[in-house]
Design a protein around this ligand. Structure first.
Ligand code: SF4
Length: 329
């Protein structure tokens, strides 16, 4: 049976259930790289120039860990998934980066997805071209694509309807694990954590930031828990029209939560990320305008756990003093 490797990095957190369903329906076996470790970051960082953003370094490390474990590695080039909103250049050039810096990598499955330019027809053609490695039967491809889409819809609705994180929804789908959100103190402060899923949910690179927030007694809400319309309104309020595909994860979530009842907003961004530096500045200015506590944390491969924890504790202390909130210190 053909084995497809999926790196546990970048868009894995949003799309893994859909990708896995698609390949399995085509008769392939799917393997993922293990969670990020120091070795993943070190091996990925050693292959690219220092200025590359941390998530791409991590991605390269995950690809390296799949070498020898699969027949193909799935590395799509996703330029756009809606009209007039684009991914950053790192996503566009990801297959080329991987081929250049991980020459020992198995052949790539690297469809070009550009809905803004090619429309839905171009998208379907890219899917059929990808599926040809597994079958020439168009009905089988259609069935696989429909099953994958249904799976994606179920996955997305879990986070929005039940208010759980993407990582929790992933664990549920994979292992049937119970929600990790249970047991939150209802009287504690509510903190919105905004940023890209591959930064918020990679526990190695963010030093288990989300869990630490919960341990300090905070209830945590994240971008994917908000409704699509709420995120869209957040984007419209702050910048009018989205330019980046992931504008809703940062600008949209920031705009939405800053106008909601949350006690504070924390953004985690990756060092070396151009789009984030612009989007976070917009959110920061809005936070000042509405006088809501806001903190942005930039992480890279050298970020020390102690410094991160100190900043988090200082933020929570500030909230306590500001609101007289008595959480667990
Ligand atoms: S959006 Fe930023 S963090 Fe994500 S891949 Fe692009 S440069 Fe890297």
């Amino acid at each position: 049976m053909t084995t497809v490797g999926i790196p546990q990095a970048l868009l894995y957190y949003q799309y893994y259930p859909m990708w896995k369903t698609f390949f399995q329906h085509l008769g392939a076996q799917v393997v993922t790289s293990p969670p990020t470790t120091r070795g993943t970051v070190t091996s990925g960082s050693a292959r690219v120039v220092a200025e590359t953003c941390l998530p791409v370094k991590v991605f390269c490390g995950h690809v390296i860990s799949l070498v020898g474990k699969c027949d193909y590695v799935f590395v799509p080039s996703i330029r756009s998934i809606e009209r007039d909103a684009y991914n950053c250049s790192k996503f566009l050039g990801l297959p080329d980066v991987v081929k250049a810096v991980v020459p020992e990598c198995p052949p790539l499955l690297d469809p070009d997805i550009d809905i803004s330019k090619e429309g839905k027809r171009g998208f379907y053609l890219a899917i059929y071209a990808l599926a040809r490695r597994f079958t020439w039967n168009p009905l089988k491809v259609k069935e696989a694509a429909e099953a994958a889409w249904q799976c994606h819809m179920r996955f997305q609705s879990q986070t929005r309807e039940e208010g759980i994180t993407l990582s929790c929804a992933l664990s549920r789908m994979e292992d049937g694990m119970p929600s990790d959100e249970e047991g939150v103190n209802p009287s504690s402060a509510t903190i919105a954590l905004i940023g890209h899923p591959y930064v918020l949910y990679d526990e190695y690179i963010n030093h288990r930031f989300l869990q630490r927030l919960r341990q300090l007694g905070a209830q945590v809400v994240t971008p994917e828990m908000a409704q699509i319309q709420e995120l869209d309104r957040g984007v419209t309020r702050l910048i009018g029209k989205p330019y980046w595909t992931y504008e809703d994860e940062v600008t949209g979530a920031g705009g939405h939560y800053l106008d909601s009842q949350v006690d504070g907003v924390i953004a985690i961004i990756a060092f070396g990320c151009g789009p984030d530096s612009v989007m976070i500045d917009v959110v920061k200015r809005y936070a000042q305008r509405v006088s809501k506590p806001f903190m942005a944390i930039t992480i890279d491969e050298h970020t020390a756990e102690a410094g991160l924890v100190t900043r988090l504790e200082a933020f929570m202390d500030m909230l306590r003093r500001r609101q007289g909130w008595e959480g667990k210190a």
